[in-house]
Design a protein. Structure first.
Length: 278
């Protein structure tokens, strides 16, 4: 697994700004190209009856949601769906821990993207005290076996950790305060978690030590630059599944038949139209 080492040199060339970030024009072109490939992958998954689970984990404001949005934008929600579970109900808390997540696993020909997952127990539940020490230790023991079982059953399990620096996370938190379309992302839990950076770091290190298994390794995405993270993650995801292009080469639209005699459309006044204010 790639580790973050020395600071990388600033990327140069016509495709990058003087700060080393990809230019908007290039980003949009690359995103469109990769989204076309995602459509091909979707068709292959359905054609071959594959079962794929992609887990997105990471700190708050690390860019998981933005990447998921770019992946799912061009895809059919009947084939590729997102599972973002709320906190467990009282009844669910009495169940086997993995039970509520197992209900969202894919059938043949489906890909499920998990916006956070069973790793809540190793992160927020551990740090914020939402689980007991015994429950936490049991998770660390049972999670690798649970994931090996999924892989043996034929599921392709892919796990991404979005790694953001504390400076960049704070910058994004501050930006959410002034953006009314994003302020909802700052939940009371986010604000409390913001004060526990080191605790989350320790929890993540322990989680990796126990669950970075060869059958389902962790892939770390450097997400300090959102656009880079999105392109890198999508490109990597595409590289993990050997797919073929099943796009129909040519589709011919036949000429529409003329309306049959005798049909009369009901009066327009009988229908309730949305006001055209634009």
């Amino acid at each position: 697994m790639a580790r973050r080492g020395k600071k990388k040199p600033v990327k140069q060339g016509d495709n990058y700004t003087t700060k080393g970030t990809i230019k908007n024009r290039v980003y949009e072109q690359e995103l469109e190209r990769l989204q076309v490939e995602l459509v091909k992958l979707q068709m292959w998954i359905k054609h071959k009856g594959l079962k794929v689970v992609v887990i997105f984990e990471g700190r708050d404001a690390a860019g998981k949601g933005g990447t998921i949005k770019r992946i799912t934008e061009p895809l059919n929600p009947r084939t590729v769906r997102v599972a973002a579970l709320p906190k467990p109900t009282e009844r669910q808390r009495t169940q086997w821990y993995f039970q509520r997540y197992a209900a969202h696993l894919p059938a043949a020909g489906e890909m499920v993207i998990m916006d956070r997952s069973w790793y809540n127990r190793a992160g927020v539940e551990k740090v914020m005290g939402f689980c007991t020490a015994d429950e936490y230790e049991e998770f660390l023991r049972s999670c690798p076996e649970f994931e090996r079982m999924l892989v043996r059953s034929g599921i392709k399990l892919i796990k991404y950790w979005f790694s953001v620096s504390d400076q960049e996370q704070e910058k994004r938190f501050q930006a959410r305060l002034t953006n009314l379309t994003k302020r909802w992302k700052l939940s009371p839990m986010d604000l409390e978690s913001r004060m526990k950076w080191q605790e989350y770091s320790r929890a993540k290190d322990v989680m990796f030590a126990h669950t970075d298994i060869k059958q389902a390794p962790w892939y770390v995405v450097n997400s300090d630059v959102k656009k880079h993270a999105r392109l890198n993650c999508i490109s990597h995801l595409l590289s993990l599944i050997d797919y073929q292009d099943l796009t129909p080469r040519h589709i011919e639209l036949k000429e529409r038949t003329k309306p049959t005699v005798g049909y009369v459309r009901p009066p327009m006044e009988d229908q309730e139209f949305v006001p055209e204010i634009y």
